[in-house]
Design a protein around this ligand. Structure first.
Ligand code: B12
Length: 439
């Protein structure tokens, strides 16, 4: 049935030049169905990045998408649907974003990108205040970057912010653009894990968008063009022998750069990356990463949103709900180490113990099963995100986002894990380190 639909679709719709080859249509559709299933799970907050992934797919469940965007609007218009001035003077001010709290640059940018992908397009009045708030957050991020050498959020979110404003044809101050160009030139996009590819790619998308804007002066456009060329060359350089660009999860973002700059057919790196991505589709299990993968598989980029036109859409997608993995019959034992090498810590080594768990248990299951050490119970806290649960605090030590602290997950040999606590399944006899790190 699926195959038939996929073939039918291939026959009816003009193929997008950068999308996955026709032989992969069934696998791509299956990933779309899984994303739809995750989006329909009760109790999950709606996420703007997930909405973009759903909207840029080839097939849809239009009713689910409609309900999803309504949920997003309830949240975002509630926070950003009025002027900064009104929000700061409101008697309900505490219910709205505090002007001094961390900017929400990235999520707001993805929300605005999502609205641009909605059919029919939303009333322009709906965009007015969220756009103003995004400009405000970007200015805060920019001022923060002058003070601290990096934006308050991250260069990833900063780039998303610039990109979203550009996609909506809103002017971005030249100094704000220059800050991103300087960071690109000086290669400031990497952080603790050393993987700069994701950020490099989103910044390149922002440059590629700006370069085409009419109001950009010729000199700046030339700088932006050069930056896109450099970034693309670095992405090609970052391609591994197995075809991935950076790692599995950065590959789809890197591919977006070739899609957005119309080089997917001329650049051999693109075809190799697509082949590698198709081999790793099972590793995309969280909503945010699935949405990013689907964009590339469908030959779409965040930049392409600006040229999207409402037309007949296939309302044929059916959700697939993933069963949680059943615990294995055997038990495994994993050594869990908690390190706290920053001055604020009472001691460097906070915990070191063996944890028994059923085979196939995730790191999250392990943290739940970790035994007390001495008189101290093992405690931890997480925050739900579209990438899964984010570990925010261990043994009472909360990572301070403003200080750019986070609880890093490492293997016993010290390499940084490439998945979060709910996805990583440690092997019997292995070691996992939780380390309070700076990025
Ligand atoms: C910036 C970034 C970080 C920063 C976030 C801080 C900040 N203020 O921005 C820091 C350095 C803290 C970070 C940490 C980690 N990250 Co990270 N991160 C990113 C990056 C480049 C952008 C995320 C973002 O801003 N998204 C947009 C905003 C709008 O969405 P958001 O939902 O609000 O994002 C927030 C959270 O989701 C959270 N977050 C960031 N990374 C991760 C990873 C996981 C697993 C979770 C649950 C949450 C989370 O921080 C974001 C900013 O507040 C992505 C790249 C990508 N392709 O998406 C990788 C990415 C999401 N990270 C990844 C990984 C693996 C991690 C770590 C597990 C690394 C490690 N070994 O410790 C840790 C998380 C550990 C933990 N405590 O749970 C992978 C996730 C792969 C997967 N299978 O899901 C990605 C895709 C990178 C990659 N190519 O491998 N990350």
């Amino acid at each position: 049935m699926w195959l038939l639909l996929a073939l039918l679709q291939a026959a009816v719709l003009p193929a997008r030049p950068c999308e996955a080859p026709a032989e992969a249509a069934v696998a791509v559709r299956a990933l779309g169905a899984r994303l739809l299933g995750v989006a329909m799970e009760p109790g999950q907050d709606a996420d703007p990045g997930v909405y973009v992934g759903l909207r840029l797919g080839s097939e849809h469940d239009l009713r689910v998408e409609q309900r999803y965007v309504q949920r997003l609007q309830d949240v975002f218009q509630g926070r950003y649907g009025r002027s900064l001035h009104a929000a700061s003077h409101s008697s309900h001010g505490h219910r709205h974003r505090n002007k001094s709290s961390m900017p929400e640059t990235g999520r707001l940018a993805l929300y605005l990108l999502g609205l641009r992908a909605t059919c029919p397009l939303p009333d322009p009045a709906l965009l007015r205040f969220p756009v103003t708030w995004l400009k405000y957050y970007l200015e805060k991020d920019w001022a923060g970057s002058r003070q601290h050498g990096h934006p308050l959020t991250s260069f990833y979110q900063y780039s998303l912010g610039v990109l979203a404003l550009c996609v909506h044809h809103k002017r971005v101050r030249e100094e704000v653009i220059q800050r991103l160009l300087v960071a690109e030139r000086h290669r400031h996009f990497g952080h603790a894990d050393g993987n700069a590819v994701d950020t490099e790619a989103v910044a390149a998308l922002a440059f590629a968008c700006l370069e085409k804007e009419r109001h950009i002066r010729a000199g700046l456009a030339a700088e932006l063009r050069a930056a896109v060329h450099r970034a693309r060359a670095r992405l090609v350089e970052a391609q591994r022998a197995n075809g991935l660009i950076g790692n599995t999860f950065s590959t789809p973002l890197a591919m977006q750069v070739f899609i957005a700059t119309d080089t997917c057919r001329t650049q051999p790196a693109y075809g190799r990356a697509m082949a590698a991505l198709l081999q790793h589709l099972d590793t995309f299990t969280t909503a945010a990463t699935m949405a990013q993968a689907l964009l590339a598989l469908n030959g779409r980029s965040y930049l392409g949103i600006s040229s999207m036109q409402c037309q007949e859409e296939l309302d044929t997608l059916m959700p697939v709900f993933l069963e949680p993995a059943a615990p294995g019959p055997r038990n495994v034992t994993v050594r869990l180490v908690v390190e706290c090498p920053v001055p604020e810590c009472p001691q460097q080594l906070l915990y070191d113990s063996s944890v028994p768990a059923p085979a196939g248990a995730s790191l999250l299951d392990l943290l739940r099963a970790a035994p007390p050490q001495g008189s101290q119970n093992f405690t931890f806290e997480t925050q739900d995100t579209a990438y899964g649960p984010f570990l925010t605090s261990v043994l009472g030590m909360a990572a301070w986002p403003k200080e750019r602290h986070y609880w890093q997950l490492l293997s016993g040999v010290g390499s940084s894990l490439q998945t979060g606590i709910a996805d990583y399944r440690p092997e019997d006899g292995s070691t996992v380190i939780l380390r309070l790190s700076k990025w």
